[in-house]
Design a protein around this ligand. Sequence first.
Ligand SMILES: [Zn+2]
Ligand SMILES: [Zn+2]
Length: 639
Amino acid sequence: MRRGSAIGNSLDGPRAKLGNVVLKFEHSGEETEFDELYKIRHSLAHVLAQAVLEIRPGSTLGFGPPIRDGFYYDFVLSSPITSDDFPEITRRMKKICKQGQKFYREDLEAEEALKRIEEMGEPYKREYGAELIAKNNLTSLSFYRNGPFLDMCQGPHVDNTREIPRDAFKLRSVAGAYWRGDSKNTMMTRIYAWAFEKQDELDAYVSAYEEAQARDHKRLGRELGIYAIDNDIGKGLPLWLPNGTVIRDELERLAKELEFKAGYQRVATPHLAKESLYHTTGHLPYYAEDMYPPMELLESADDEENGSTERVKESYRLRPMNCPHHHKVYAAEPRSYRDLPLRLAEYGQVYRFEDSGAVSGLLRVRGMCMNDAHIYCTREQIKSEFKAILQMYQQAYDILGLDKFHIRLSKWDPEDPKGKEKYVDNPDAWRESERVLEEVLNEMEIEFKEGIGEGAFYGPKIDIQFTTVTGREESVSTVQLDFAVPGRMDLKYVGSDGEEHTPFCIHRAPFSTHERMVAFLIEHYNGAFPTWLAPLQVQLLTVSEQFDEYAQSIVERLRQQLVRAELAPSNDTLPKKIRQGATRKIPNLLIIGEREVADGTVTLRRYGRKDQVTVSVEAFESALLHAISSRAPEVVLQD
Ligand SMILES: [Zn+2]
Ligand SMILES: [Zn+2]
């Protein structure tokens, strides 16, 4: 008898999402909400295991579930498998499909079921089967057989293997995976595959996947020298390399200009604060999981008169957000209605303790620098401030060339049974502030969707949801209205009536964090940044070494005007220099040969364009400086 079984269920926890189908993984035997694609993927996992056992007899099996775009199976292999084995495995899988093996279900009483798995020689399945029975008080387990292959599994499957579309699956990769995701357990070999109902769906998915891989910010970030992660520094704490730092600085410069013009004032505040501050704001204890643990130290008690040497214990926390510090800047001076709106801005570094499994590239990090500002205003000023902020967002996106986004008005959920824990309990304030934001959007004729239950705990917000070039939805920026925390922090201003009032606070960050924004822009531009943002703006390539001096004089001339220009190393041939410039995605390459030196010209090759234009040094320089100062998508030469 063939050995092997696939406990295809309960792998992704009690509920897993596959496309738009929600799967319930209780071992009830009821088959609900499983669609055709799920059955195909599930059946294919059996077929994969069957084929692998044919070429690697003596291997044992782990889990083999359907996933978002296909399925995988985990093995302890009798000898290794690489992607070189994929054609052979695929051939065998297709053969099994052609044979039209029927899936038969058999339910065995618990004890007998475990005996059966033992006979199959599957220690990992035995462990899991016993656990399923004990945990859920099961009286039986179900098995499926197709051809010679036996599998402990809940189903459902296709009726027989001929129903599996043979041209709509593709083995993708081999990876290591610990049994049950625990590094203390055996390392298994996981084989991933894509699977769809139709071949053209598979083809479309695979090409979108490859495109996303090519644009992936982790890959381009490394290739273009933008950032690095070093284990000695720590997980999720990116080091910005010189090229990445240029991009950060340019984004920051743009943000500061827009903010200056809109009447913001800059502040600078420390990266940490006493723990007690976060109890006042309400971040602790609720937000504790997302914060780094406390730093404890002994502080001399400030009691100079008595000359006391008493030492007191203090706890400090790295800040997870800038708001409390800015609230303290607000509170540092007495405020009157004449000071409002008060707009305080800072590119502020914050630290959040992301789960180590979630930390990835620049998108999920533990240290990030936020384009933050807090606007303190009266009730009457909320609308005009929101309008000005949304206009600034639009300006920023126009410059960056971002136009695929939609707006979501995120509200509280008055029906939420846990609403009192999740939201500030003030229904009137919620209704009032949601109405104000809705008016803002309507008056600006901005289309929006509503997100019930998506509000912040202290008030509603307007979220800007981007669709990335690879079709992923990404929340890049938000504007939030806070009617609660200023009161909690006891912030006041003296109104025109001579009485004390509590201001409203608006939180906003059009450029998000540097980490999130740069990751997003790398993929958006596919690493080919426009001249104003590009780490290296101009590279000069000489046809031969004898022209280096002329080229170097142009480099100097450009650098004096703050242009990031350099001369390519001269020991390479011109075609090689051009290829390398393209690999680095440098927006402007200037070719210098005999004719250019004689005429005082340069020959310009722009990234992604085939044409070359020869112009005077002066003409190029003025077009370049104009493109940089206007933050244009590319250098445009005047005829
Ligand atoms: Zn199955
Ligand atoms: Zn804030």
